[in-house]
Design a protein around this ligand. Structure first.
Ligand code: GLV
Length: 327
């Protein structure tokens, strides 16, 4: 593939593997040094002479950035979720947006499953107890948790990752309910039943969120929804923090209105809602859904490939705004 060597791209952070070195062989790459602050201000300032941007989900590519990017042709997001980009404004300006779907599906589903098991079987509590010398020997009522096998899992958002979680649940002999905008063609494969959101919330023992963050999914789970869940239910979120009203969740967990939660994402990441860290019935991880060596390298390669194809005026395979492409 040949891309004109004078094209300039901004890469907001170095990525695992050698994808960025390959980019450097073809393009002028502006990459901050490891000790340089990577803030919105830098993005606004450095985007001005760039044709391409390779960014992360933490980079806010808003109207201010886009207004300062007269040459920008492609925004390659190294993530499946691209809610960090003002897609409407980018599309209006004819800028292609790409993401990295598929390659992180199984890895993210693995983490959802790990959180589900950890929250249900109180693995962090047990780990803390053993480390702190608090394990005084086997006891009949020590750290009782909730069974997973044979229970009902409710999946909200039966896309790629939701379906991969459902496959894991099938292996645990679980009944699977799902709620989605459209019936999923993969649901039959895992024996999942499509139901309304309210039915799912009031019947599931585990509720796992796999929706993209869009206007209609912001605070999809708030006080009303938490109140509908069983007092023994556990909520899992590996999608986006803003899908849950985190203040309402803290309140529900504090009052034992639900049994627990496993959260990899937070509403105001990396800040947490007041009271969340003090709760015993929640397992917290720092947005590491796709964080395996293999997957992060695959994501970097895909993001670079998307960027190169777009800059070559081709149609990138993972284009999310086809209406901006005029091949
Ligand atoms: C991770 O959260 C992603 O969207 O890739």
């Amino acid at each position: 593939m040949t891309v004109h060597s004078k094209l300039n791209v901004l890469v907001t952070r170095d990525l695992p593997g050698d994808a960025i070195s390959r980019l450097r062989e073809r393009l002028q790459v502006d990459l901050p040094s490891p000790d340089e602050e990577i803030g919105h201000g830098r993005l606004v300032e450095h985007i001005v002479d760039k044709q391409g941007l390779l960014c992360l989900l933490t980079d806010r590519v808003d109207a201010e950035v886009l207004a300062n990017a007269p040459l920008l042709k492609v925004i390659s997001v190294c993530a499946v979720g691209y809610n960090n980009v003002d897609a409407e404004e980018a599309t209006r300006r004819g800028i292609l947006i790409t993401n990295t779907p598929g390659v992180l599906r199984e890895t993210t589903a693995d983490l959802a499953w790990a959180l589900l098991l950890a929250a249900a079987r109180r693995i962090p509590d047990g780990d803390r107890m053993v480390r702190s010398g608090g394990f005084a020997g086997w006891s009949p009522s020590l750290l009782l948790g909730h069974e997973v096998h044979g229970k009902t899992l409710g999946i909200i958002g039966m896309g790629d990752i939701g379906t991969a979680v459902a496959r894991r649940a099938a292996g645990f002999g679980m009944r699977i309910l799902y709620h989605n905008r459209n019936p999923s063609s993969l649901a039959a494969e895992v024996g999942a039943e499509m139901v309304s959101l309210d039915h799912l919330l009031s019947n599931a023992d585990f509720v796992s969120l796999h929706v993209p963050l869009i206007q209609s999914t912001h605070h999809l789970i708030g006080k009303r929804e938490l109140d509908m869940m069983k007092p023994t239910a556990i909520l899992i979120n590996v999608s986006r923090g803003e899908v849950i009203d985190e203040v309402a969740l803290v309140e529900a967990l504090k009052m034992d209105r639900i049994a627990g939660a496993g959260l990899d994402v937070f509403e105001n990441e990396p800040k947490l809602a007041p009271g969340l860290v003090g709760l015993k019935n929640v397992v917290l991880t720092p947005h590491i859904g796709s964080a395996s060596f293999e997957t992060r390298e695959r994501m970097a390669n895909m993001a670079v490939q998307n960027l190169l194809v777009g800059l070559e005026c081709g149609r990138p395979q993972h284009l999310v705004n086809p209406e901006a492409f005029h091949g």
